[in-house]
Design a protein around this ligand. Structure first.
Ligand code: F6R
Length: 257
């Protein structure tokens, strides 16, 4: 695991973009795993900027998103499909048929989840998966207590996660109770992981994920077993990491763990 400490959100986002762009240039038809939420927006902005200013080409890229709320249509402004269009897909030259998100309106959710796993497999697996982290250590919608070997499936959102996400809805009552999410095992199959975290609200989760015991109570702690993981955290999100990080100021500091 490589932990990269950056000063702020902007620097965190640009560092993540450097990794994505490097992989994309080496493999133009890469399979990219994507996350929603507030954390990766800066990364997506930087990718859009590089597409517009430098012609960064997404025409051969295939994407798979981590998760989607159950019961929200793709047109709902809080669906993850809508989010991805607004924040990335509408602004780059990705081909619509190469975009994959869980279908929150699927009639047979179990069947859909099997199909999603099979599509990932048929695409050759995910080359690089972008991850955010919940304040409770969740990755995708794998809440504490999730099986560390889990595959794509329907999950019940915890009250904490519903409260955290209520800021995007008119009230907490409107926040869906279920989501379809890639499993922890699905995420771990990606060849590389890039986990992003910013803000003091993520400090405990980052500490638990990077330095804590491996436990389903912090699903993100599984990344300690991944062979190629980058954790990119800003100053506040990394503030509770152990004192073994040298230096008085940690701009661009990297630690191999
Ligand atoms: C979203 C996802 C979630 C978020 C997490 C952090 O696709 O997978 O696990 O990454 O809830 O959300 P933000 O970035 O809004 O703090």
């Amino acid at each position: 695991m490589l932990v990269i400490l950056k000063d702020d959100y902007d620097a965190m986002s640009k560092e993540a973009a450097l990794i994505v762009v490097d992989r994309l240039r080496k493999k133009p038809n890469m399979v990219l795993g994507l996350a929603t939420g507030s954390t990766p927006i800066g990364l997506y902005k930087e990718l859009i900027r590089m597409h517009v200013d430098e012609g960064l080409d997404f025409s051969k890229v295939t994407t798979f998103n981590l998760d989607e709320y159950v019961g929200l249509s793709p047109c709902h402004d809080q669906s993850y499909q809508y989010f991805m269009k607004q924040n990335l897909f509408n602004h780059i030259n990705i081909q619509a048929q190469n975009i994959h998100l869980p279908d929150g309106m699927a009639n047979d959710i179990d069947h859909f989840c099997d199909w999603y796993e099979e599509e990932i497999r048929k695409a050759g697996g995910i080359d690089l998966q972008i991850l955010g982290i919940g304040p409770n250590g969740h990755i995708a919608f794998n809440e504490p207590g999730s099986s560390l070997g889990s595959r794509t499936r329907i999950k019940t959102l915890t009250e904490n996660t519903r409260k955290a996400n209520a800021r995007f809805f008119k009230s907490i009552n409107e926040v869906p109770k279920y989501a379809i999410t890639m499993g922890v095992g699905t995420i771990m199959d990606a060849k590389e992981l890039v986990l992003l975290a910013n803000g003091a609200g993520k400090a405990d989760a980052i500490k638990a994920a990077v330095e804590g015991p491996l436990t389903g109570q912090c699903p993100a702690s599984i990344i300690q077993l991944h062979r190629k993981t980058f954790v990119i955290a800003d100053h506040d999100a990394s503030s509770k990491l152990s004192g073994s990080y040298p230096g008085t100021w940690r701009s661009s500091f990297m630690l191999e763990r």
